[in-house]
Design a protein around this ligand. Structure first.
Ligand code: ADP
Ligand code: MG
Length: 733
């Protein structure tokens, strides 16, 4: 008996050899998993559209139309006459206007221009098949397929046909698109009756969703456009709803299921720092500290995300929060993703702490055995109030006397598991059976109180992404910069004009300023990236020779010692220029640096450029960001970069970035952080369904937080699947 869990080799048309190929290429092994590989687009050859009825959103349409006119265009939209032999090389685009009696539309060709010009003579009729798009309200089709028209009234072949993801190896092994369709069809024939509904009836009807079997059948073999839409909506909703349900449920369990350490007091250390601040906090900083304090005194465990643009003053908020913990008799730790950042935090925090008398230490991978011993002792006896460091803080040997608050800077580099490990360092609950009186040892988590957790990120994240990446957290936003900040003046320049950039750098250095020069990771291999960086370094050293100029270089291949030494040379002002890869992306604070030069800027995402730019403009001086693009950079890429010159708003830039780079890129880069990988929904395109799904998930949980009612039993069953990985940390030992 074959079922959804059977190996795909038992499908007709798949032997052991093909099965092995499909497994290797698509990463699936059962029939059920095969059925979850959906077409990523559809070809609709089932009918002819009238041009007037095309909305511009259809996946593919087929029209029968007559050529009205055709024109060749050169650079900047100049018309190039067909007879002009001299100018033919300059032709960039062929535009063909066609009509079908209902309306006109434009067909656009960037390739095969000569051939298509000759073929598409005015007056001739063809069948065009392609993806319509809408630009400024004007309909067009780029590179449609062109066929001679079928005789009037003849039958059309085929309906909506799915196009499945494929690979070269699959094709070479004979698993073509057609074969894939056959396999899906065989799989459905065998197993469709077995597919069970996984959403309760009331949810289907309240959200007007079709059933699971209908959806699965029609996502593979749509009866028509309408059925395809219904199937797509159901599957997207299901995916996003279950994900949000699992996130919101985790959030609920954390805040209600576990006792939170109660920290009701605003004490002397907090007061001492607050009184001694040389500036007053911004309104946003004050609001956020209030939100954090409300959590910390509430009796619920805090899990809060703090978003704020670079320079918005998150570190200050972190330190004040840490002092709240200290004043209530607890310890706090502040984790940063790199050694360099940890050191910088440590230096700043120590400065802030001097009026408070609270002892602070730093622990990183490069702390010596001797330093470690001292720190371990200080954490265990409670004499160290605040510890700053890298992942080294998560090591087994690090034991706190009473860890009350864990602050994680730049969350995107830390995973959920690491948050869980912090939990294991929380204080023992009162009635815990003691193990020789030692606060460490392998005490099950249910005997530990989770420390409050505050994660901070300077990466403004589009709303849909935040809802998914941080769906289990409460969110605070610092949406106000300290007064007096001047926006960074940003310009875009071609690398053929590099000398101008160097001259500008000279002038700034003569004024006593410092300059960052950043190189992207361009090549697959680290070795080649390094070469690229070193070539750049050599060129800069040539333009900025000793003894007048000092240039430091920092990259990921250096030992920590060398890296820290060079970083320090720049931070202390001994070096005028810092040449580096993106290791300086986050956090590093050198107020005297007024110029950020970014090489091959077209290779960065906008959000990342915004991050980098945030490294300057921290002092009182006017500051500059110079985006250098390769002279070959396309017009689209340059337009993308121009947004950086216009806007200083991290959220606006992040939204644009997600739209422009498309879901593929964005989710590709964010994937590592997504709680589960999305199979059909897209964070860039399905924001509306996502919001609906999240709101609805919240409604379901409000009515039944434990999903214990009979009507929700299906949901509970779904969430137990390993992919949702609902960790009720209080039950893990
Ligand atoms: P972030 O971590 O959010 O990028 P920081 O906490 O490093 O920002 O703050 C950037 C700079 O602004 C620091 O030099 C800090 O001392 C200063 N700063 C923070 N809050 C204020 C404020 N309210 N007014 C003036 N300056 C501030
Ligand atoms: Mg910071």
């Amino acid at each position: 008996m074959k079922n959804l869990d059977s190996d795909i080799q038992y499908l007709s048309g798949v032997g052991p050899k093909r099965a092995a190929l499909i497994k290797a290429e698509l990463g699936i092994s059962t029939i059920g998993e095969l059925l979850r590989i959906y077409p990523f687009r559809y070809i609709d050859r089932s009918r002819f559209y009238r041009i007037a009825e095309i909305a511009g959103e259809e996946a593919y349409v087929q029209i029968r139309a007559r050529v009205v006119s055709r024109t060749m265009y050169g650079p900047g939209g100049t018309v190039i006459p067909p007879g002009d032999k001299k100018l033919q090389y300059a032709v960039k685009r062929l535009s063909v206007i066609v009509e079908d009696g209902s309306a006109q539309t434009e067909l656009v060709f960037f390739k095969g221009i000569k051939y298509n010009y000759a073929r598409l003579a005015p007056g001739s009729v063809f069948v065009f098949f392609g993806k319509p798009s809408l630009w400024n309200g004007k309909l067009s089709m780029v590179h449609p397929e062109i066929d001679a028209p079928l005789p009037e009234g003849s039958d059309l072949q085929g309906g909506l046909t799915g196009v499945y993801p494929s690979t070269e190896k699959l094709l070479a092994g004979g698993v073509t698109g057609k074969v894939m369709c056959k396999l899906q069809s065989a799989a459905l024939a065998l197993c469709l009756p077995e597919v069970e509904e996984n959403l309760p009836e009331y949810i289907l009807s309240e959200n007007a969703l079709c059933g699971a079997r209908y959806a699965l059948k029609n996502i593979h073999f749509p009866a028509d456009q309408y059925a395809l839409q219904k199937a797509t909506r159901r599957l997207k909703f299901e995916e996003l709803f279950l994900l949000q349900l699992s996130l919101l449920k985790q959030k609920y369990i954390r805040s209600h299921g576990n006792p939170g350490l109660v920290m009701p007091k605003v004490g002397s250390a907090f007061g001492a720092l607050y009184e001694s601040l040389p500036f007053s906090l911004t309104g946003a900083q004050k609001r956020v500290i209030r939100e954090i304090f409300e959590d910390m005194r509430s009796g619920h465990q805090m899990n809060r995300l703090l978003q704020g643009d670079v320079g918005s003053g998150k570190t200050m908020v972190a330190v004040l929060s840490a002092l709240l913990a200290v004043d209530n008799g607890y310890q706090a730790c502040i984790m940063a993703p790199t050694e360099v950042l940890s050191r910088q935090h440590y230096a700043n925090i120590q400065k802030y702490l001097s009026p408070t008398g609270v002892k602070c230490a730093i622990l990183t991978g490069s702390s010596t055995a001797r330093e470690r011993r001292g720190i371990h002792a200080g954490l265990e006896d409670g004499s160290i109030g605040i510890i700053v460091g890298t992942h080294a803080l998560l090591e087994e040997g690090v034991v706190f006397r009473r860890l009350g608050l864990a602050i994680i800077d730049e969350q995107h580099r830390f995973g959920v598991d690491q948050r869980a490990r912090l939990w294991g360092k929380g204080p023992l609950l009162e009635n815990t059976p003691s193990e020789g009186g030692s606060p460490h040892g392998r005490v099950p988590l249910q005997h530990r109180a989770a420390p409050h957790v505050l994660v901070m990120t300077a990466t403004p994240i589009p709303r849909t992404l935040a809802m998914t990446l941080y769906g289990d957290l409460d969110v605070s936003v610092i949406d106000e910069l300290p007064p007096g900040r001047k926006p960074v003046k940003t310009t875009l320049i071609s690398d053929s004009k590099k000398v101008q950039v160097y001259n500008f750098m000279r002038k700034q250095i003569a004024l006593g300023r410092q300059v960052f020069v950043v190189y992207p990771l361009i090549f697959e291999s680290e070795k080649m990236d390094l070469n690229n960086l070193e070539l750049g370094y050599e060129e800069i050293v040539k333009y900025f020779p000793l003894p007048d100029y000092k240039v430091a270089i920092v990259h990921g291949q250096q030992t920590n010692e060398v890296k820290n030494f060079n970083m320090e040379a720049f931070a202390s002002g001994r070096a005028d220029i810092l040449v580096s890869t993106t290791v300086i992306e986050v956090g590093v604070d050198v107020p005297n640096a007024s110029v950020m030069v970014i090489e091959s800027a077209q290779r960065f995402g906008l959000s990342q450029l915004h991050q980098l730019r945030g490294r300057v403009g921290r002092g009182a001086e006017e500051s500059y960001c110079i985006l250098v693009h390769d002279f070959k950079t396309s017009k689209e890429a340059r337009e993308r970069l121009e947004l950086m010159c216009r806007s200083n708003d991290g959220f606006e830039i992040a939204e644009e970035d997600m739209k422009m780079r498309g879901p593929g890129d964005l989710e590709g880069t964010a994937q590592s952080g997504l709680p589960i990988s999305l199979n059909i929904a897209s964070l860039a395109r399905d924001g509306v369904i996502l919001s609906e799904a999240r709101a609805y998930a919240q409604k379901v949980l409000d009515a039944d937080p434990g999903l214990e009612s009979a009507q929700n039993s299906l949901l509970l069953k779904e969430l137990r699947k390993s992919k949702y990985d609902i960790k009720d940390y209080s039950k893990i030992s």
